[in-house]
Design a protein. Structure first.
Length: 166
């Protein structure tokens, strides 16, 4: 596997910045700005939030469960996450390869179990079944021989699987 130290470092920097530093910094910044520009200047809100600490504790206590619920809805109740997952598979050849390989392994295992089952019961394969297995072997062989991480063969294979199952 080819390692590009510069881009790997850049990726780790961006992850550290966006996932940790910027997240914490943004939360503190939002609390500070909203308190000192809004809460502190509106007398009625000063009664509810007598100090910055009160404001921060109340806001964080309400925001954490709310944001957990929003995250849950994002992943489980909307099509947003499914769209993101599709984009990752389309854009990342390694994710695509994992998905294609899993589908191939499942298909081959199912066919092998069917053959073994017939063999155990001393049954012969029909000509139709033999043709089906030969077709599968041919399709997988062609895919394995022609695909690479640079071309779109895995993506094309996934699209044909999805179309055939719909």
């Amino acid at each position: 596997m080819k390692h590009n130290t510069g881009f790997r470092g850049w990726y780790y920097f961006r992850m550290g910045w966006s996932m940790y530093f910027a997240f914490i910094f943004a939360a503190i910044n939002t609390l500070t700005v909203t308190y000192y520009l809004a809460i502190d200047r509106i007398p009625i809100l000063g009664i509810i939030f007598p100090s910055f600490i009160h404001y921060a504790v109340i806001t964080v206590s309400l925001a954490i469960p709310l944001l957990i619920m929003v995250g849950y809805i994002h992943f489980k109740k909307t099509a947003a996450y499914a769209a993101e997952a599709n984009i990752v598979v389309e854009a990342n050849p390694f994710q695509r390869r994992i998905l294609v390989n899993s589908e191939l392994v499942l298909t081959l295992n199912l066919k092998l179990i069917q053959i073994l089952s017939k063999s155990i019961n001393d049954l012969q394969l029909s000509d139709n079944e033999k043709n089906e297995y030969e077709t599968i072997i041919k399709q997988i062989s062609e895919l394995v021989e022609t695909r690479s991480f640079e071309n779109k063969k895995d993506l094309e294979f996934l699209k044909t699987i999805i179309e055939s199952k719909n």
